[in-house]
Design a protein. Sequence first.
Length: 88
Amino acid sequence: MTSQETAELIREQLADENDKALFADGFDGALVGIARRCGQPSLAVYSRSKCIEILCKEMPHDEAEEYFEFNVAGAWVGENTPVFMDVF
């Protein structure tokens, strides 16, 4: 399955579970799953490293990390804000 197909599948599933779930613009290639917790809304989950890889297409790695931390992971827009995880 391509990353675009994965993103579409995740978006469809989240539409059923939490139609208010928010997504990070321009990072469909880093969308990897859905976070679920008891009593909380389901949320989009992105791979931090894949987000930075996407940003590295436009800027050096150190700038991409700084931009990501401040402008993407650091952007709280309410309880439906996506989750960014490190995959080990």
